[in-house]
Design a protein around this ligand. Structure first.
Ligand SMILES: Cc1cc2nc3c(=O)[nH]c(=O)nc-3n(C[C@H](O)[C@H](O)[C@H](O)COP(=O)(O)OP(=O)(O)OC[C@H]3O[C@@H](n4cnc5c(N)ncnc54)[C@H](O)[C@@H]3O)c2cc1C
Length: 381
């Protein structure tokens, strides 16, 4: 079925050149990054040089003012080459928009050009050891002291936590005010009192560095406050639509990739003297998965259109984040089964797709939190 998105010849050219860039510059290095538990920071510079970071940023700050379809293409191509531990979409489409939307002119001039060029890598630190789904329970404090804020507390599970040069940190400026007491700050690498752990060992997403961050009497200039004091939670909520849409669209592409490689495998693999694809079980299994994948594709593309038209589709995006992230796990599990023992071997791509899929129902809001949002939208309390 033809996609409903308004891709132009320029988008298609961009897709082609980005894919060959990934094949040449990123894919060959990826296994090494997986071994090291971290991406080579030079990869961001190379992406930046080619205009592949934050393409939507205004020309005034070094970007090209490209539409959201370019971000989509970047995410899809990364997913199709199975490089999803290279978290450029976090940098470009999840964190940089905070600076763009809530930063002052001076902050945007100071930070955005370096985000576009890849000189500075971004992370966002919300989660704490005792505050994940319940973000309002965060304990990290930011206390105003003259021309500075002093941060104390810790964050955990922070993607790009080790690579990041700029971290958007959520902290309480008024602990009595609950969610209304949260503010956002940009903490720069090298600030005294800001330390990071080693990469947290994980079962998948090995190339992506996930770390704990520690703030101990970490003094940052007051001008690193992002937006207004006390509005942090509101800003986070405002940006969740895009964050969760990005998660849904990347996982949709991953599910499509799982199906593609499995279709190829079952045609080649012989069992009982016949191709695996000739068994009805294989055919029905793949027919079911193809149907789910098509449903996901139709839904996510419709949401991308609505998002590009600046519509409020938070409810529907929560449904997509929930359903597509669960779906990619079903797809990866059932595809792996069709690979038999080879599916359990690391050298087979499907094994990596399977383990990398597992976290998708957890980060960027768990499936349960998505259902909570959806049920509130249904008027259930
Ligand atoms: C690899 C990785 C990368 C991450 N990257 C980042 C990052 O860059 N920045 C960042 O800030 N965070 C990041 N996170 C954190 C992630 O967003 C949290 O792990 C997630 O929000 C869940 O929080 P938690 O782990 O504390 O689980 P908890 O909140 O303790 O949840 C435990 C279980 O309880 C369920 N649950 C919780 N509340 C409810 C409820 N009200 N009703 C029903 N069930 C409920 C949850 O769904 C889950 O199943 C990352 C996590 C991982 C694993």
């Amino acid at each position: 079925m033809e996609r409903m998105l308004p891709f132009t010849a320029e988008h298609e050219m961009f897709r082609k050149s980005f894919r060959s860039f990934l094949e040449k510059e990123i894919a060959p290095k990826y296994p090494e990054w997986e071994k090291n538990g971290i991406v080579d920071r030079d990869a961001y510079r190379k992406m930046g040089e080619q205009g592949y970071l934050c393409p939507w940023v205004d020309e005034k700050y070094g970007g090209t003012g490209a539409d959201f379809l370019y971000s989509l293409i970047i995410g899809e191509e990364i997913a199709r080459l199975n490089l999803t531990g290279f978290f450029v979409f976090l940098h470009s489409d999840i964190v940089a928009p905070y600076i763009d939307s809530f930063g002052t002119e001076e902050q945007k001039m100071r930070w955005l050009p370096d985000c576009v060029s890849g000189k500075k890598i971004l992370a966002i630190a919300m989660t704490e050891p005792n505050a994940g789904s319940d973000l309002a329970a965060m304990r990290t404090r930011a206390v105003r002291d003259g021309n500075s804020y002093v941060l104390n507390g810790s964050k955990t599970f922070i993607s790009n936590g080790i690579l990041a040069d700029l971290v958007v940190v959520a902290a309480k400026t008024d602990p009595q005010a609950g969610a209304r007491g949260v503010s956002l700050f940009v903490v720069e690498a090298g600030t005294k009192g800001f330390e990071r752990s080693k990469p947290i060992p994980k079962i998948g997403m090995h190339a992506q560095d996930t770390a704990e961050l520690y703030f101990e009497d970490c003094r940052i200039p007051a001008e690193n406050l992002l937006g207004q004091e006390g509005y942090g939670f509101y800003y986070l909520m405002q940006k969740l639509q895009q964050e969760r849409l990005v998660a849904a669209m990347i996982n949709q592409a991953v599910a499509e990739h799982c199906l593609e490689i499995t279709l190829q495998y079952v045609k080649e693999r012989q069992v009982f003297g016949k191709p695996l694809s000739s068994f009805q079980n294989t055919q029905f299994c793949l027919a079911e998965l193809a149907t789910e994948i098509q449903i996901g594709r139709t839904f996510v593309d419709a949401l991308i259109l609505q998002h590009m038209a600046n519509k409020n589709v938070v409810q529907e995006v929560s449904m997509a984040k929930y359903w597509i992230c669960e779906m990619v796990n079903r797809v990866a599990t059932r595809c792996l089964q069709l690979f038999g023992g080879y599916g359990y071997c690391s050298e087979y791509e499907i094994s990596k797709l399977f383990v990398d899929a597992r976290v998708q129902t957890i980060y960027a809001g768990t499936s349960e939190i998505m259902k909570l949002i959806i049920s509130r939208g249904l008027g259930l309390k």
